[in-house]
Design a protein around this ligand. Sequence first.
Ligand SMILES: [Zn+2]
Length: 110
Amino acid sequence: MQDKKKGPHEMFILKNQETIEKAILRARTVHPRVSVRKVGEYAVTGSKGNSYTVTCERRNNLKVVDCNCQAGQLGRPCFHAAAAVAQHVYFAGELATRDNYMADLYDPRD
Ligand SMILES: [Zn+2]
């Protein structure tokens, strides 16, 4: 286990900062419910009560977030992803506090 860089600050690809900020703001307004399926996989309720799956994982050394909603499938940040990332960052932080190895292992496919 090398000591590679990790932490909440490099959690996902920031392609478009403005869009992501909008997604975060929307998440704060809509306040979707995030249920944890497992660390790295979240079910997020949409504004109409529907549920989307958001995954946070490491791919080619980049931490990426996927959501299966329409916007997410087009690679656009959505508020489901924003909400799930908030939860994920919290988890990663918790795990890092508890056990440094766990923080590296949060993605089982890593
Ligand atoms: Zn979404």
